[in-house]
Design a binder for this molecule. Structure first.
Ligand SMILES: [Zn+2]
Length: 98
């Protein structure tokens, strides 16, 4: 992960443990999507239960790995959107120009 944004110079490494909340974002979306996927597979009844389980298990392992960086970006975006006091004066000026 880069230290700062190359466009607006926003500092990404906010504080130790800052991105812990992104795990909840990642987990929540994974649980929501796998539930929807399971229900769709269950209702359509086109695959065996073993195949359904294999697909859902693979999704639960692979999706969070792929979504990891996007969950962090969402966490940072949500946090800075709701609490702009964390931004330095320079970062606040940069975000208002964009
Ligand atoms: Zn930026």
């Amino acid at each position: 992960m880069k230290d700062r944004c190359s466009v607006c110079d926003l500092k990404f490494d906010r504080a130790p443990g800052y991105y812990l909340g992104s795990i909840y974002v990642n987990y929540g979306l994974t649980a929501l999507l796998v539930t929807a996927c399971f229900l769709a597979l269950f209702v359509t009844d086109t695959l065996s239960p073993e195949a359904q389980l294999a697909i859902c298990t693979a999704f639960c392992v692979l999706f969070p790995l792929w979504f990891f960086r996007y969950a962090r970006a969402l966490w940072l975006g949500f946090d800075l959107y709701w609490d702009r006091r964390q931004l330095t004066d320079e970062e606040r000026r940069q975000s208002e120009q964009a």
